[in-house]
Design a protein around this ligand. Structure first.
Ligand code: ZN
Length: 403
């Protein structure tokens, strides 16, 4: 039996599509303070109107050097006393800057909206809102307490909000991350952790034509390091190493260059991949430095830990799929994703969650980004029905978290 409020969600598709168009037409690039402020005001109004009994808090997402001043996360909490607590999150920033050429939505056909952030992830925020609205009208809803966190800085690494996710992971039993589903409808099983490195090579300058030449080329030293680093994934499956940029030398080509630097993108599949990867990069720097008689400075970091699949997720995913089938979604599975999300922080902090459960779409982070608007309502039904079954006890969470 599907409760009436959940069954009725598809009738809202035109209204939800229009709402998505309005939200995506507001530029809320991660560095656009005024746009983030406008988007936050619209979201606050929408969630406050839908859930007047929820406690609301505006949380500072300050992260000097990363977030524009005044960036805020929005937090709504309902029934914190209930014995089952769930966490729903999404980011309202996008990758499109205030002066990006891609500013407005366009309907590609009656069911497909092209626009900045339509799937990543304003469409997901609408899935979340519609799911909770429908769930709140079901009779067993009082059995579940929930909290919603809407954040302004996911696209730049969540530097101002990471602690909020880690704290929420401790208070809740299960989470939902409304990042976009894959174009196939698949959701996310696990995600790679993301990090980076800056490698700087110091050589010795000399005249290019000096014979014998006592110069030591920083560019050649760095090139040797980068070529060797590119081979690490062959030995360490689950690790990705990408040289993102490189600079070095000066204007004069008749000088053996004494400086070169590159920035790397690093990804790992399991937290246990981290130490061997870092150790390997460090030993490569030592070996290459000795072989080329240059000196390397290496800075390595992990920003988001990997999101590894949690046993509770594995236990409950068939129920999520069953709810999807019951509301008429075409069958989908879950897959490993190379990109990180705030689900990474939740998973690393021990909170099982379903991630990538927003609407279907594709071409994120490009002017071709689109959302299949007709998938918003069924995706909301999927979450609402799952919550309803959790509330009635038809689905039960394994005990034990939080303590
Ligand atoms: Zn996203």
């Amino acid at each position: 039996m599907i409760p009436a409020s959940i069954a009725a969600l598809p009738s809202r598709t035109p209204e939800l599509g229009a709402l998505l168009e309005r939200w995506a037409n507001i530029n809320s690039g991660s560095n656009h303070a005024a746009g983030l402020g406008r988007m936050a005001a619209v979201l606050r109004a929408a969630f406050s109107a839908a859930f007047p009994a929820a406690q609301f808090a505006e949380l500072s997402a300050d992260a000097p050097g990363f977030n524009p001043p005044g960036a805020k996360a929005l937090h709504f909490r309902l029934r914190p006393e209930a014995s089952t607590q769930v966490f729903l999150c999404g980011h309202y920033d996008t990758v499109y800057a205030a002066d990006d050429a891609f500013q407005a939505c366009r309907w590609l056909d009656a069911a497909t909206l092209n626009g900045p952030g339509v799937t990543d992830m304003k469409g997901g925020l609408i899935v979340m809102l519609a799911a909770l609205e429908a769930f709140e009208q079901t009779p067993a809803a009082p059995q579940i307490g929930w909290e919603v966190l809407l954040t302004p800085d996911e696209e730049t690494g969540s530097h101002g909000t990471r602690a909020m996710f880690e704290a929420a992971a401790k208070r809740n039993h299960f989470g939902f991350v409304f990042e976009p589903a894959r174009p196939s409808g698949d959701t996310i099983h696990s995600r790679k952790g993301t990090g980076g490195a800056v490698i700087t090579c110091h050589g010795r300058a000399a005249h290019a034509a000096k014979i014998p030449n006592d110069g030591r080329s920083a560019i050649l030293g760095l090139a040797a390091f980068l070529l060797a680093a590119a081979k690490i994934p062959a030995d360490q499956p689950g690790v990705l190493v990408n040289t993102g940029n490189i600079k070095g030398g000066g204007a004069a080509t008749n000088v053996v260059p004494d400086f070169a630097q590159a920035e790397l993108d690093l990804r790992i599949t399991k937290l246990s991949d981290r130490d061997p990867l870092f150790a390997r990069l460090e030993s490569l720097a030592k070996e290459t430095g000795a072989a080329h008689e240059v000196k390397f400075d290496l800075t390595i970091w992990l920003n988001r830990p990997p999101k590894e699949n949690h046993p509770t997720e594995a236990a409950l995913y068939p129920e999520f799929q069953r709810a999807a089938q019951d509301v008429g979604l075409k069958p989908f599975n879950w897959i490993h994703g190379g990109g990180a999300s705030d689900g990474n922080f939740l998973g690393a902090a021990g909170l099982p969650c379903f991630d990538g459960i927003g609407p279907e779409g594709d071409h994120l982070h490009s002017a071709r980004e689109y959302c299949r608007v007709a998938t918003i309502a069924p995706r909301a039904q999927n979450v609402a029905l799952f919550l309803h079954r959790l509330a009635t006890g038809e689905i039960s969470l394994p005990p034990g978290h939080p303590a």
